[in-house]
Design a protein around this ligand. Structure first.
Ligand SMILES: *[C@@H]1O[C@H](CO)[C@@H](O)[C@H](O)[C@H]1NC(C)=O
Ligand SMILES: *[C@@H]1O[C@H](CO)[C@@H](O)[C@H](O)[C@H]1NC(C)=O
Ligand SMILES: *[C@@H]1O[C@H](CO)[C@@H](O)[C@H](O)[C@H]1NC(C)=O
Length: 514
């Protein structure tokens, strides 16, 4: 048994490395058969409200929660650049898109457009005598797009292109990371029968790879702009748009802008970082409207079980798609195709985007504040413990039932508080068949993500609060006065617990917001 465990761990690490590129491994789905049965039923529907039971190490609800909460926002997708979501969406009629180039021709092949002209102007290149060309397009109808989250236009060898590789080429091909032209053509060819007009991505700012510059868009202007004297590439043969391939490897976004681009000494490099930063936080770049009811996530362990062993013991920073099996690629592509051809249901109507934001708002700052208070070096540990307790009480106020009073020697008396806290945002959805039955598979994933995330937040807060109640630190719930709180021990324990919780579970979440 022990041997088997070691073997499967070794096997898993081989599969998830570049060895996965060897067809022998990738094709042998038998090797992963064990995992599919094991991973396709994530241990989330446990109705036991035991405050001491932690989530499974393979759970991904918080990762779905975090990445979905970060969609179209520049900062979280810069910090965690390996995308895991592909989401159908539209660019509404009337939206402007920009494209810079060295000539006045309209592209006849897939090229890059920017949502902000600060981005496209970088590619407006020409001599100071002739000027350069800057095209403004307008969406004449809603454009159908597919959004790749993460730093999906960063053209880095080791990660952010994985999801596009899967869609365009059917497998992760890291060595082709810079084949931008072929990538654009192949993505557009794949999406053509589905009516996809373009692909939304992010590097210094958001951009859309537009498949056909005559379909669904009209020319607003093809302006001959002052070029700031930048000649060089970007002429008739150059790509001339956002995402234009650069000659050497790109090791980081800011590096590429400040040391590796043709614009290192111009104002353009700063301007595009600045315009990108307008979309740093919620709600992100709103010119792309996503349809979360059709979202596909590679963190969906039911849809993509083969990646579960690949993530084991890895920082979320390092999660990627190497090691995905052909069967899982097929499942992802089937789901994605269906989203465009015959959406299963219109969806429930639930505003998931807002629900996720509500939960982030309720806990994000407060968790940071708890850590800040616990870090206090005032010396009066009992005061620190009391201050922390008041923060816990504020978080739990809507869930502390009148009937829940300390009893017994363990924390079981607080189980109803835990349950109420954990289920309050979503219980109605599960309870109402008319709503629940309308959920698309993507919405079920979102529901699960909210439930798992909320549950773990509530578990940690309630469990910690109960420890304070037990030693009389909550004035509203007095206990036997013979107990004397050991402030030192309590604060030490809470610090360790919250920090552990942070490292194990929410680091990927809260690190990027706020
Ligand atoms: C739920 O968790 C409890 C506590 O660990 C465990 O005893 C019980 O078997 C679990 N139930 C299910 C259905 O997994
Ligand atoms: C987590 O996933 C690994 C790899 O698939 C598996 O070996 C392990 O048993 C799983 N752990 C739990 C608790 O489900
Ligand atoms: C608390 O202290 C830890 C360790 O010194 C530090 O890493 C963390 O950033 C601090 N947190 C806050 C909110 O001050």
């Amino acid at each position: 048994m022990h041997q088997t465990t070691i073997l499967s761990a070794v096997l898993a690490s081989a599969l998830c490395s570049r060895a996965a590129q060897i067809p022998f491994f990738a094709a042998d789905s038998g090797l992963l058969a064990d995992c599919s049965s094991q991973c396709s039923s994530p241990a989330t529907k446990n109705d036991s409200w035991n405050l001491n039971v932690k989530p499974s190490v393979n759970t991904t609800g918080h990762l779905v929660f975090d990445t979905v909460s970060s969609l179209l926002q520049h900062w979280p997708n810069t910090r965690y650049r390996n995308g895991h979501n592909i989401v159908p969406g539209i660019v509404p009629v009337g939206t402007l898109l920009y494209h810079g180039r060295g000539d006045s021709n309209l592209p006849t092949i897939p090229e890059w457009t920017a949502t902000d002209p600060e981005h496209s102007y970088i590619f407006c290149r020409g001599s100071s005598e002739a000027g350069c060309w800057h095209l403004t397009l307008v969406a004449a109808r809603p454009l159908r797009v597919l959004y790749f989250d993460g730093s999906s236009a960063a053209k880095m060898k080791d990660d952010p292109m994985d999801t596009q590789d899967i869609v365009g080429w059917g497998e992760v091909l890291p060595e082709r990371y810079f084949e931008e032209r072929i990538r654009a053509v192949d993505l557009c060819n794949w999406g053509k029968p589905l009516g996809i007009d373009g692909y939304a991505r992010m590097e210094m700012d958001f951009e859309i790879v537009l498949c056909d510059f005559t379909a669904g868009v009209e020319v607003v202007s093809m302006a001959n702009l002052a070029s700031q004297g930048r000649g060089g590439p970007g002429g008739p043969s150059g790509p001339g748009g956002p995402g234009r391939p650069r000659p050497s490897d790109v090791s980081g976004l800011s590096d590429s802008v400040f040391t590796n681009g043709p614009f290192e000494t111009t104002a353009g490099g700063f301007d595009v970082i600045h315009s990108g930063s307008w979309h740093n936080r919620y709600p992100g770049d709103r010119r792309i409207k996503l349809d979360l009811t059709q979202l596909v996530s590679f963190y969906d362990t039911a849809l993509v079980p083969s990646l579960v062993p690949c993530r084991l013991n890895l920082e979320c920073w390092d999660h990627r798609l190497l090691g995905i099996t052909p069967a899982d690629v097929a499942a992802v592509m089937a789901r994605l195709t269906q989203a465009y051809t015959s959406p299963l249901q219109p969806g429930s109507g639930i505003d998931w985007d807002t629900l996720f934001k509500v939960i982030v708002d309720r806990y994000e700052d407060r968790f940071e504040m708890v850590q800040y208070v616990l870090n206090s070096t005032s010396g009066n540990v009992l005061a620190t413990a009391k201050n922390t307790m008041s923060l816990f009480r504020v978080m739990l106020q809507p869930y502390i039932l009148h009937a829940a009073v300390p009893a017994g020697s363990d924390n079981a008396w607080a189980a109803p508080v835990f349950k109420f806290c954990a289920t309050s945002h979503t219980e109605y959805i599960r309870r109402s068949p008319s709503l629940f039955n309308k959920l698309t598979p993507s919405e079920e994933l979102l529901l699960n993500a909210v439930e798992e995330t909320n549950r773990e937040i509530c578990r940690v807060v309630v469990r910690t609060w109960v420890q304070g109640v037990a030693v009389g630190l909550d004035d509203a719930l007095p206990v036997d006065s013979s107990t004397h709180p050991n402030g030192e021990a309590l604060v030490g324990r809470w610090k360790a617990d919250i920090e552990h919780h942070h490292n194990q579970f929410i680091r990927c979440m809260w690190a990027v917001h706020g």
